[in-house]
Design a protein. Structure first.
Length: 184
């Protein structure tokens, strides 16, 4: 089984509730580290403008580049559910380590706090909530119901198999575990 996310780009208003809920739930301090980001996409020219938003978190890729890039095996992929996790006690932190995993991920997932020699942190699919049969906090908090999460096969059956969205570049080699309802 592979867990993944569904994101409805037509519903997201860029309110950042998912970001705030995630930081609060995981006690991520104010600063540069954010396990979820919302990317704003603008296109067109006045008077024909459009704005869309893109949810960016760890997409728990089937073939994650970050796992291969980590020199100390601090990043692993769980066999039972495909969630990519980081062991912050093993992570070396510092500039060299930071660059390796950050460069490996085309989605900008590896995050680092402001403290010296900060260690990598990222979305863990709210495994504590998942163990209690609860959705990740970002899904539960979204007021627009733009997010869902679960086994990727179930998400595909419910929402389809679209892997493209405005502002998102699907990398077939990595196979990110995300399904979209794109804004056209």
């Amino acid at each position: 089984m592979q867990l993944g996310f569904y994101f409805d780009q037509t519903r997201c208003t860029g309110c950042d509730t998912c970001i705030v809920a995630c930081k609060d739930w995981h006690d991520v301090p104010a600063g540069p580290a954010s396990w979820i980001r919302i990317k704003e996409n603008e296109r067109g020219q006045y008077p024909d403008l459009s704005v869309s938003y893109l949810f960016l978190a760890c997409f728990h890729c089937a073939n994650p580049a970050c796992v291969r890039a980590c020199a100390v095996s601090a990043i692993t992929k769980r066999a039972e559910d495909g969630v990519v996790i980081v062991d912050r006690d093993v992570c070396l932190g510092g500039d060299a380590c930071r660059l390796a995993c950050r460069r490996a991920c085309p989605y900008g997932v590896p995050q680092f706090g402001a403290e010296p020699n900060a260690r990598m942190e990222k979305c863990d699919f709210c495994l504590d909530r998942w163990a209690e049969d609860k959705k990740p906090i970002c899904v539960a908090a979204c007021p627009m119901r733009a997010l869902d999460a679960g086994p990727l096969d179930e998400l595909r059956a419910r929402y389809g198999k679209v892997q493209k969205a405005e502002g998102f570049s699907y990398r077939a080699k990595l196979m990110p575990s995300v399904i979209f309802k794109p804004r056209h």
